[in-house]
Write a new protein. Structure first.
Ligand code: PLP
Length: 508
């Protein structure tokens, strides 16, 4: 890996420890000496004898360090973030304003119910809004992310099967184009995954699906289907699949992470869904990235509603709100899947978004997301890039690397080239079923000028790629304008360096 270097105003930032100059200090305090006699015995002789080794820096140095780092954050407030399957949409500032209100930001989950009626009402109204958007019977707001919602939904399915004394049903059918979290959640929940292939239109192959149902008759616990799927295509046979699964005694789980293409335009209840998670950090504009916090509410059909986790806000006949928990929940509940009531700050933001947009606004948002994706796909394929499926697409679309045939350039080189052009690259090499995939999701946040600039730069790179026949090609060494160049991403993920170790001979 190349070392970080400063270029122009793009400044490399060493660690605070590496910048430390012994003796520098941002504050002035009276010298403190550890009085051993005073503490004698009380620490069992375990008191620290040497210095802690904190970096020593002046206040301006510390300020520059953190401000420079903060300015390196590429984010949706900086530019297009077309990461497919992630719905990186703008996070309206009104959400932040509401979440920071004193009465919402400074409350504690252990406060008496009578003192937190406002937040309980917000949670209740968010639940009702999400039920209205999906048409489903019940909801839990507590799961902390999409994958956590999947696990919660599958746990409800497992519990329902065990109440029916059908513990032998242990197979979950998952299309091969599914998000990686689907099979992972199923396995974590103790199920076996049987995968089903896509046809040439990019949707579930119904013949293969029916053959699987026949082969595993009496063993199918359910199916997990992403819709629109991870190729950005609507699974038109979804109701048929749900009916066939139900006929066989299984439950139908829909991965609702792509709700940004559906809200206001379709009710998932009409698809025959029994459980579905919603990523509020995608569809409902709460911030995400960098590992959280997220929000993965799960909606349930009548069939699975009895297993809904607690705690859950209910409305009393007198109009007040109550957080139902172990003390008064039905015995069928799954119980808790998260501490306290979940990521409540995100629930506030999601409801602020829903209220600001209104039903019409949400419907328009998903239509604009679909329009933006189809426009961008059209521009890119007109410009010579290749899409493996004809479309039309929903809110995202996939490109294959077919257009790079005969060149030495790969999808990764294209993504790195986009960095030099000042764009965040799309998701690459996912879904796995498309060669050298680029999964592009512009979202409704992008104005036409931004879509055009992105398309122009990507087409420009594709044109340049046609002149590249070997590894001496300039495109193989992009990015050239970033402080770090090609990183060993796999190494960084597998062997993260989480601790700074003082190099030998350095005096700190
Ligand atoms: C994002 C996503 C998930 C996982 O959601 P997290 O909140 O990241 O756990 C699952 N399925 C699909 C289709 C997604 O896009």
């Amino acid at each position: 890996m190349s070392l970080a270097v400063s270029r122009g105003l793009n400044v490399a930032v060493p660690l605070l420890f590496e910048s430390s100059l012994p003796g520098l200090c941002g504050t002035r305090s009276a010298p403190h000496r550890f009085d051993e006699a005073a503490y004698d015995g009380r620490l069992g002789g375990l008191h620290r004898c040497d210095t802690i080794g904190l970096p020593e820096l002046s206040e301006p140095q510390v300020m520059r360090h953190f401000v420079t780092l903060s300015a390196k954050n590429y984010c949706i407030d900086t530019g297009i973030y077309p990461l497919g399957s992630c719905s990186m949409k703008y996070n309206p500032r009104v959400n932040e304003k509401v979440a920071r209100l004193d009465g919402l930001a400074n409350i504690h989950p252990n406060q008496p119910e009578g003192t937190v009626q406002g937040i309980l009402q917000i949670m209740y109204e968010l639940g009702e809004a999400l039920k209205a958007i999906t048409g489903m019977a019940d909801i839990t707001l507590t799961p902390a992310a999409g994958a956590h919602g999947e696990l919660t939904g599958l746990m409800a399915i497992k519990k329902a099967l065990s109440e029916r004394e059908e513990r032998g049903r242990n197979i979950i059918i998952v299309p091969e184009s599914a998000h990686g979290t689907n099979p992972a959640s199923a396995v974590m929940c103790g199920f076996k995954v049987v995968s089903v292939q896509a046809n040439k239109e990019g949707t579930v192959d119904m013949d293969v699906f029916k053959a699987i149902l026949e082969k595993y008759e009496g063993k199918v616990a359910g199916m997990m289907l992403t819709n629109p799927n991870t190729l950005g295509i609507f699974e038109g046979e979804i109701k048929n699949m749900a009916d066939l699964i139900h006929e066989q005694g299984g439950y139908f789980y829909m991965d609702g992470a792509n709700l940004n293409a559906l809200m206001g335009n379709a009710l998932v209840d009409d698809f025959g869904v029994d459980a579905m998670h919603i990523n509020i950090h995608k569809t409902f504009s709460t911030p995400h990235g960098g590992g959280g916090p997220g929000g993965g509410p799960v909606v349930f059909s009548e069939l699975l509603a009895p297993y809904c986790p607690i705690p859950k806000v209910v409305k009393n006949p007198d109009g007040s709100y109550h957080l139902m928990d172990e003390a008064d929940a039905p015995d069928t509940t799954l119980g808790r899947v998260k501490g306290f009531a979940g990521q409540v700050g995100l629930m506030v933001r999601a409801l602020a978004y829903i209220k600001a947009m209104g039903a019409e606004g949400l419907t328009q948002a998903s239509r604009d997301a679909i329009l933006n994706a189809n426009y961008l796909q059209h521009e890119l394929t007109e410009g010579g890039l290749t899409a493996p499926f004809e479309g039309p697409n929903m809110h995202e679309f996939v490109l294959s690397d077919h257009y790079l045939k005969g060149t030495s350039v790969t999808t990764m080189d294209m993504a790195k080239g986009l960095l030099d052009a000042g764009h965040h690259p799309p998701t690459v090499y996912f879904p796995l079923v498309v060669s050298g995939a680029m999964l592009i999701e512009p979202t409704e946040s992008e104005p036409l000028t931004s879509l055009d600039r992105f398309a122009g730069d990507l087409i420009g790179l594709a044109d340049k790629a046609h002149g590249c026949q070997d590894d001496t090609c300039e495109m193989k060494s992009s990015p050239t304008l970033t402080p770090v160049r090609r990183c060993d991403e796999v190494g960084a993920a597998k062997n993260p360096v989480l601790r700074w170790v003082k190099p030998r001979g350095v005096d700190l």
